[in-house]
Design a protein around this ligand. Structure first.
Ligand code: C2E
Ligand code: MG
Ligand code: MG
Length: 423
């Protein structure tokens, strides 16, 4: 069996056209495959060579693709291809596709490899190469040997890890292992607690508390975010109802408490989200301005139409919209006048920079001024020291959040903190 490294006449690595005469062979079984082909005109037959003559497996025409198995790793060809009549092809190189594959999720890459490995093996069995032995069954499960893509095992590990995480989080939601913690947000002028941000935690059965940084991306990157997002809103509203009751008993501040909930981009397309918000407000008797929805610049800009639709309805209902991690996204300010936003939340990296550099301080001041000029309030995130709290107040920022005022805590502890602070 020949193992030619021929890449084809007139073909460079960027992809190009190939013109063939009737009967011309494009590649043979066992050749190293670097390219796939799209038939522009003419016809191609896929064949395997046997001692008793060629066996034709398929006949293809314009717009058909062939040789595609080579695109996921340079594998050897499981069959040959030959022009039946004068034929013109567009060559699709591995490089052309690998850019797309690099951007796909490891799960998709892994599934593609497994599927192609199975197709190749099925073809081998059909053509009589596979003998049903253990060795051929092994290649059925995982492609090995010459040309195997070095990224394969890494993708497989990531894909398996990702599938396990998604499964574990589905169970965690069913078993109520996800909890909301509440971090105080204070009025910088007087130091009173004005509201809380609801932040999710995963309480493992062994008692370990997993922070969202380790799992929220899996939820946000899957359908789980829809159910999770609705649960978060109902749960946060129920938590705020209890916090508000304590706040009212203390009678130190006429302003009602608010609760901030993080929204993620996929939720903008959730038709059930708005009814869930409205129902949660009815069930708890909260007024709509007590619910603050935190959105990031990148979420809005990734799906602007859906964002505008949902956020417009929420705003019309009376909820507040706050841009989270302001200044760290695309930094396109165009959405600020398209979206009805109430507040800007400065990312904590700005607060940290401002503590150490004059330039950092000026950036915080500029964002504070921007908020003021646009009739919005500013919230400084990540305040860890009394000095940071003091200069955020001097600059004129309305609210502060950070370890200096209180870490995220369970609802019971937040109720206690509120009772003590107000008392
Ligand atoms: P975020 O919305 O920007 O939340 C603020 C994060 O900063 C929280 O991290 C909070 O604990 C942390 N933080 C607050 N003050 C300080 C401070 O003074 N110093 C330091 N070093 N950190 C501070 P957390 O709770 O780990 O949440 C991380 C991110 O996970 C959140 O960032 C948010 O993007 C996401 N997240 C959390 N809960 C939810 C949720 O229910 N839904 C969605 N979609 N995302 C969530
Ligand atoms: Mg947030
Ligand atoms: Mg933030």
């Amino acid at each position: 069996m020949s193992r030619s490294r021929r890449s084809g006449k007139g073909v460079d690595d960027q992809g190009s056209q190939r013109v063939l005469e009737a009967g011309e062979v494009i590649f043979r079984e066992g050749d190293l495959g670097h390219h796939a082909y799209l038939i522009e005109s003419g016809a191609v037959e896929i064949f395997i060579e046997r001692p008793d003559g060629d066996r034709v497996l398929a006949q293809l025409g314009p717009d058909d693709l062939f040789g595609e198995m080579a695109l996921v790793g340079d594998q050897t060809r499981t069959a040959g291809a030959r022009a039946v009549v004068a034929t013109s092809l567009t060559v699709i190189t591995h490089n052309l596709l690998s850019d797309h594959l690099d951007r796909a999720s490891p799960l998709v890459r892994h599934l593609l490899r497994v599927t192609l490995a199975r197709c190749r093996d099925a073809l081998r069995l059909v053509s009589g190469v596979g003998d049903g032995s253990d060795a051929s069954m092994r290649t059925f499960v995982m492609p090995q040997g010459h040309g195997a893509d070095a990224a394969g095992p890494a993708d497989r590990d990531l894909a398996v890890q990702r599938l396990r995480m998604e499964q574990a989080l589905t169970e965690a939601m069913q078993r109520r292992q996800l909890l909301l913690y509440y971090q105080p947000i204070v009025k910088l002028s007087g130091g009173q607690i004005a509201g809380f941000e609801a932040l999710v935690r995963w309480q493992r059965p062994d008692g370990a508390l997993v922070p969202p940084g380790e799992f929220i991306w899996v939820i946000e990157d899957s359908q789980l975010i829809l159910e999770f997002g609705r649960w978060t809103l109902r749960e946060a509203a129920a938590g705020l109802q209890r916090l508000q009751a304590v706040h009212e008993q203390k009678q130190v501040d006429d302003d009602r408490l608010f609760c901030s909930v993080n929204l993620s981009v996929r939720q903008f397309g959730d038709a059930k989200l708005f009814p869930t918000i409205r129902q949660a407000l009815i069930d708890t008797g909260l007024s709509s301005e007590q619910l603050h929805l935190e959105i990031t610049e990148s979420a809005v800009l990734n799906n602007p139409d859906a964002a505008l639709e949902l956020l417009g309805r929420c705003r019309a209902l009376g909820c507040h919209l706050v841009v989270d991690d302001f200044g760290t996204g695309y930094s396109s300010l165009s959405y600020l006048h398209r979206l009805p936003i109430h507040g800007l939340k400065l990312d904590r990296s700005f607060v940290a920079d401002a503590a150490t550099t004059e330039r950092g301080l000026r950036i915080v001041r500029a964002i504070g001024r921007l908020a003021q000029d646009l009739d919005m309030y500013a919230v400084a995130e990540g305040i860890e020291t009394p000095e940071q709290a003091a200069w955020c107040q001097d600059i004129g920022l309305a609210f502060g959040q950070g370890y200096f005022f209180g870490r995220p805590m369970p609802l019971g502890a937040a109720i206690d903190a509120l009772g003590q602070a107000a008392g």
